[in-house]
Design a protein around this ligand. Structure first.
Ligand code: HEM
Length: 425
């Protein structure tokens, strides 16, 4: 039995800030290992990468999620006492609510239809030739779509403010100073808003409606108690905020259409699977969450290495999505790699791995994929746009990463009916 390879740096917090998404894979390369021990702000941490490490990370007798998320992430991104922090039976019970509400094909289609309608409505009003910051517009349209779908009233006058607040919650977890405090304020105001909606719903009694607001307001824990209104709000925000966050992948989709123009022809030709491959490749190739965190539940040995009980452990998402053992030429953007993908649950970790029911894998993964398809289809079929000169670079040291310009497009023609359908008619 060997001790874990040790990062020789006294403390690697600065290196993490400097290398961002490439921190774990870079160290693994230097140390010739898939797992190593380091110190971040003087705290011992284990880091690991790759499909085998992911398989280990999702073994529930070995890892616990409770308490693993740093307070600064809970106070901005995830909220406190949400499903992410639960383990075992309480997690399975709460997770079932998300799976029921978010993963039924009929529900996903209802959201996709709404989302498509909102893109059309936004574009019908947009003056042609006026520049659009795509990331900002996508956030607003996603916010509008998900609130309508969830049954949460959102007056038009509040749309900008609410969409921006969700954006700040997503953006501020890893930021320092003012940006971080703005994220905390944004979470506080979102929790007040959604808690008030939950209380209002409870005060009027159960309605004969299958809205998410109703489902979350009346959800009961395993003992049959309603969730505290604040926790129900955290969970409903766990649907709203990440839906708005899809704007990040939508922005990278537009960047991919621009930087890899060879994808346009198969997308325009209605190839039956290419749009799915394209969206999968965007989710694999571009950065989103850098890693996942958990504590070792007990001491154990893995691949001859000794893990102690109670060690904070980080699993590299970005590095595994770019691991050459899992992906041929991982730094090449190539949707066709998914033509014979075995649907492995531990190599594409953008939305987590393992199962939805028993593990923490993202219950919004199908929604993410579907809404990205709606948006890409809309851009390809209904919109003709130009990409003006701008700074499209993004840094892997920024978490979350985004093109510096937030992707500016200039719509030059909008066709409510797809070009293809006009020809078919
Ligand atoms: C923007 C695209 C998205 C990405 C990249 C993403 C990614 C992730 C990741 C990496 C996890 C953690 C997996 C783990 O801990 O093992 C997660 C969990 C979660 N996601 Fe997503 N997600 C996205 C969109 C969504 C959407 C649209 C929803 C809801 C509509 C959603 C709801 C959740 C919830 C509730 C959890 C916690 C699940 C649990 O702890 O069991 N996500 N997501």
């Amino acid at each position: 039995m060997a001790t874990l390879p040790q990062d020789p740096a006294l403390d690697s917090a600065f290196s993490l800030l400097r290398h961002g998404y490439r921190f774990i894979s870079g160290k693994c390369r230097t140390l010739h290992t898939d797992v190593f021990r380091t110190r971040l702000l003087l705290r011992p941490v284990v880091c690991m990468q790759g499909a085998e490490a992911a398989r280990l990370f999702y073994e529930q007798d070995k890892f616990l999620r409770h308490g693993a998320m740093p307070a600064r992430i809970q106070k901005t991104l995830t909220g406190v006492d949400g499903v992410q922090s639960l383990d075992g039976q309480p997690h399975r019970h709460r997770k079932h609510l998300f799976i029921r509400q978010l993963m039924s094909p009929a529900r996903i289609e209802a959201l996709a239809t709404l989302h498509q309608a909102h893109w059309h409505a936004a574009m019908a009003q947009w003056p042609l030739n006026r520049r659009m910051v795509l990331f900002d517009e996508a956030q607003k349209i996603l916010c509008q779509s998900v609130c309508a779908w969830a049954g949460i009233p959102l007056p038009a006058s509040e749309l900008n403010q609410r969409a921006q607040a969700f954006g700040r919650m997503i953006d501020s977890g890893a930021r320092l100073g003012l940006a971080h405090w703005r994220g905390r304020r944004a979470r506080k105001s979102a929790e007040q808003w959604i808690s008030a909606e939950i209380k209002k719903t409870r005060a009027t009694g159960p309605e004969n409606s299958d809205s998410l607001l109703q489902a979350f307001a009346w959800h009961r824990d395993e003992q049959g108690h309603l969730l505290p209104a604040g926790v129900a709000a955290v969970e409903l925000i766990n649907v709203l905020r990440p839906t708005v966050a899809i704007a990040q992948f939508m922005t990278f989709s537009v960047l991919a259409l621009h930087e890899y123009p060879y994808v346009r022809a198969p997308l325009e030709s209605s190839h039956p699977d290419y749009l799915d491959w394209f969206v999968l490749e965007v989710r694999r190739f571009y950065p989103f969450f850098p890693f996942l965190a958990a504590y070792t539940r007990q001491a154990f040995t893995w691949q001859g290495f000794e893990f102690q009980k109670g060690m904070l452990t980080l699993l590299d998402i970005y590095g595994t999505n770019h691991d050459p053992r899992c992906w041929y030429q991982p730094d090449t953007f190539n949707p066709e790699r998914f033509s014979n993908w075995p649907q492995d649950h531990y190599t594409l970790l953008a939305n987590g791995g393992a199962t939805y029911e028993h593990h923490h894998r993202c219950p919004g993964e199908w929604i993410t994929h579907r809404l990205m398809k709606v948006m890409v289809r809309f851009l390809v079929d209904n919109l003709h746009y130009e990409i003006p000169a701008q700074d499209l670079s993004f840094s892997l040291a920024d978490m979350p990463a985004l093109p510096k310009s937030r992707m500016i497009i200039r719509p030059v023609a909008y066709q409510p009916v797809p070009r293809k359908e006009m020809h078919d008619a």
